[in-house]
Ligand binder design. Structure first.
Ligand SMILES: Cc1ncc(COP(=O)(O)O)c(C=O)c1O
Length: 393
């Protein structure tokens, strides 16, 4: 089936965080918003139809996943990731960040050390610091335009700081790496050696481009699965993050129990009625739509890289392996940071995410969300060209 990802849909006045809160977030009107990670496409038609049926039914009482939910989810993980899940591993949460915060409280104590790999999705450091744990950083290492892991440094940080938990971003937001089997195995082995629990945030797993493959962290080895909590969701890949449903897998019974106790303490039980249907239908019937979406996003990614290397090579960007987030490096422009931020807003009229929010390694970078129709992206790239006269190097 053909899906129309070129359709320009007006998202204004829908309560959209991306489109309706310029003033509240200190931005002037009229910018192209390419920051928060949701997409400007309608979700799969099969999901829209199913949600219409829920709306027509008209009763929105407390809901649990129906009998088809687990088989559909199991088949999805087996088919896409060769990961065999058991029903008892499944923990329901209204989001991945909710799961991360509860994992921090469930598996660690105040004052414990938790390690992350910046530049990385900023709620990782927030859930650590907000819960009075100690943040340990093992930064990714720049290699050309992309990033790699310094495994020795990672292990040393774990030993020196008695780290008890690692929050992994896989695939990685914002640098766009899809970790290889070898890289993940090395991380798993280090964590096994030092008794470190791994919280693997795999929300971007479905966004993997040609030539790359996502491995669920727990699929590496049974021993690794026993120290892991796998955080998944079809929220991003089917553009239904607002429906607040995520699926967490914990094979280790005692870890699972601890997490459930912590979730219970927060008074949380059933997930969103619409979200449960959206997720189930994505698992059941969404694969074809997702395949088309990935083709479209891959062209968007290539457009950014090819356009910038031809027209504005001072802005460096890697051809990301996964996610729909381009990590743009402005450090070669010779423009001081404050001036650059002002120019991006007032001159290029773009709303991007400042790299510094992902950690100090992100300075002079901006994250650009390319989950949008090609026409929007082309307009954004043309507007980015308006920075060219200000380049000093
Ligand atoms: C790596 C990562 N984890 C989690 C989230 C948010 O997940 P949720 O909305 O399910 O809390 C995002 C959203 O951008 C993300 O990039």
């Amino acid at each position: 089936m053909n899906y129309d990802f070129d359709n320009l849909i007006n998202r204004e006045n829908t309560g959209s965080l991306k489109y309706d809160y310029f003033k509240e977030r200190g931005k002037p009107a009229g910018l192209i918003p390419m920051w928060v990670a949701d997409m400007d496409f309608k979700t799969a038609p099969c999901i829209i139809d199913a949600l219409k049926n829920v709306a027509d039914h008209g009763i929105f009482g407390y809901s649990e996943p129906d009998k088809n939910y687990f088989p559909a989810m199991r088949d999805w993980f087996l088919k896409h990731y060769n990961f065999q899940i058991s029903q008892e591993w499944h923990v329901q949460t209204p989001g991945v960040v909710f799961a991360l915060a509860h994992a921090v409280r469930a598996f660690t104590n105040i004052g414990d050390s938790i390690i992350i790999q910046p530049p990385v999705y900023y709620p990782f450091s927030e859930v650590i610091l907000d819960n009075d744990r100690v943040l340990i950083e093992s930064p990714l290492v720049r290699s050309g335009d992309t990033y790699v892991i310094d495994f020795d440094a990672f292990e040393k940080k774990i030993i020196d700081n008695k780290v008890v938990m690692f929050i992994l971003c896989s695939p990685h937001n914002p640098v766009g790496r899809v970790w290889t089997h070898d890289e993940l195995t090395k991380l798993g082995n280090i964590c096994l050696r030092h008794g470190v629990i791994v919280i693997s945030d795999e929300i971007h797993a479905d966004f993997v481009y040609s030539g790359y493959k996502h491995y669920v962290f727990g699929s590496l080895h049974e021993d690794v699965n026993q120290i892991s909590m796998i955080c998944t969701s079809r929220g991003k890949s089917f553009n239904q993050a607002g429906l607040q449903v995520s699926d967490i897998f914990i094979a280790n019974p005692s870890m699972r129990k601890k997490l459930l106790v912590e979730i219970n303490k927060s008074g949380y039980s059933q997930r969103n009625t619409f979200g449960l249907i959206g997720a189930k239908v994505a698992y059941e019937h969404g694969a074809d739509w997702l395949k088309s979406l990935l083709k479209y996003l891959e062209c968007n990614r290539d457009l950014i890289v090819d356009f910038l290397s031809k027209n504005f090579p001072e802005i460096r960007v890697a051809r990301c392996e996964g996610t729909y987030l381009a990590w743009l490096d402005f450090s070669n422009l010779g423009i001081p940071r404050d001036e650059l931020l002002t120019l991006i807003t007032n001159h290029a009229k773009l709303w991007l995410d400042d790299g510094l929010i992902f950690g100090k390694e992100g300075i002079m970078h901006q994250r650009m969300n390319f989950g949008c129709p090609r026409a929007t992206l082309k307009r954004a790239l043309d507007q980015l060209m308006l920075l060219k006269p200000f380049v000093r190097s």
